[in-house]
Design a protein around this ligand. Structure first.
Ligand SMILES: Nc1ncnc2c1ncn2[C@@H]1O[C@H](COP(=O)(O)OP(=O)(O)OP(=O)(O)O)[C@@H](O)[C@H]1O
Ligand SMILES: [Mg+2]
Length: 378
């Protein structure tokens, strides 16, 4: 069983949205998931349409009145159980507890149910109080959503410091991963923020990001995760990729040595950086790039890559000629990763041997755009 704490003391950066959708995506992948709402605002239960002001929550568990098992709401979504929160949970911050046990209350109660789940996702409140400390202490991974806005990066250093202190106090490594959220890559400012996050926290930034979309707000209003409200939307795909990344990172920690994990992440980040740089660099001129595919007659072929934020066919012109599908994009010189979506299924480009492994366990194809001349790939 692995525990992912979704935390950031900054409010409104997408913690709850991420916790709900990550839990739902893991559930759909036949994982047994518990979403634990640690925020007295109770938004996680709201997002699954199961909010009840009178529900009993972890406050009653921490006081010893009932067991954690008794407050679990089973099967609120495929594979997902929820521990709800209400505003009474705020009082848990002030419960008298022995100082050496303050951070470990949650760990103690989770021990009773840990065998039942593959993943526990914890939605933390927007403050670094006792509740968040309990979540970070028990976490196998701290997932920090960062809003790609002017103040989005504020407080991240403090989060790192807090996690480092807790790691020291409890004598174990607590890894951090950063998830850029509310990304609107059409704006130059947002692209700059992405670049900055990459520069400052390179090794820890996930390769997946979550774009800004009103569909998420609509989904919350309906009490549904985006994967069931609008499964074909780009954010649903992005949250699915996040679930894959979490699985691979947390499995890697068990299967592969920590050293090789660090090395492979570093290499992945170096590649991502080169791409970011080539996207933002502004050197050279945009070129018309034509990718030709010969084996997809009468099939629906879409192109998604690092150049269009993995949004299928966005900014891509399609031409069909004698059964040959042509995808035309305007790109700056640089290296890009891309995949094809053939009849709705994501795959690498079968005619391009240049590939790099991706976090979903598959491969992304590589596209190199040279200065000046027009390039024809594939
Ligand atoms: N990618 C997104 N695109 C558009 N809106 C989003 C996105 N992610 C979250 N939101 C919206 O932004 C608001 C804040 O999101 P959310 O509640 O997930 O943040 P939070 O970090 O949990 O907030 P808090 O700190 O209050 O707990 C919500 O209205 C949510 O629907
Ligand atoms: Mg929240």
């Amino acid at each position: 069983m692995k525990i992912i704490a979704v935390a950031n003391q900054k409010g409104g950066c997408g913690k709850t949205t991420t916790a709900i959708n990550l839990a739902a995506c893991l559930g759909k992948k036949e994982q047994r998931v518990l979403l634990l709402d640690l925020d007295p605002q109770g938004h996680s239960s709201l997002g699954f349409g199961v909010f009840n002001e009178d529900a009993r929550d972890l406050y009653d568990v921490f006081t010893g009145e009932i067991s954690l098992e008794e407050i679990i709401l089973p099967n609120v979504f495929t594979g997902v159980d929820v521990v709800p929160a209400t505003k009474t949970l705020a009082a848990a911050e002030h419960l008298p507890v022995r100082s050496d046990e303050r951070d470990k209350q949650l760990e103690k109660h989770l021990a009773e149910i840990r065998d039942r789940y593959d993943y526990i996702v914890i939605d933390c409140p927007p403050s670094m109080g006792l509740l968040s400390f309990n979540a970070l202490t028990v976490a196998d991974l701290v997932l920090i959503p960062i809003e790609m806005s002017l103040f989005g990066m504020h407080g991240i250093d403090r989060m790192y410091e807090t996690v480092r202190l807790l790691s020291e106090r409890h004598g174990r490594d607590i890894p951090i991963r950063l998830l850029p959220t509310l990304v609107d890559s059409r704006t130059r400012l947002c692209r700059q923020f992405l670049h900055e996050v990459g520069e400052r926290f390179a090794d820890d930034v996930l390769s997946v990001m979550v774009q800004f979309t009103v569909r998420l707000k609509e989904a919350v209003r309906e009490g549904m995760p985006i994967v069931s409200y609008d499964p074909a939307s780009t954010v649903a795909v992005q949250y699915d990729r996040l679930a894959n990344e979490m699985i691979s990172i947390l499995q890697e920690k068990v299967d592969v040595g920590a050293e090789s994990e660090a090395r492979s992440r570093l290499n992945a980040m170096k590649r991502a950086f080169e791409e970011a740089r080539s996207r933002l660099g502004g050197h050279g001129v945009r070129q018309r790039v034509i990718l030709r595919f010969f084996d997809f007659e009468d099939r629906d072929v879409k192109l998604a890559g690092s150049f269009n934020d993995w949004r299928p066919d966005q900014g891509v012109v399609t031409r069909t000629n004698d059964g040959i599908v042509e995808k035309i994009v305007m790109l700056m010189p640089g290296t890009y990763q891309y995949r094809l979506i053939v009849d709705g299924i994501w795959q690498e480009d079968p005619s391009n041997p240049e590939q790099v492994p991706n976090y979903s366990g598959g491969f992304n194809s590589l596209l190199q755009v040279e200065e000046v001349h027009e390039t024809a790939g594939a």
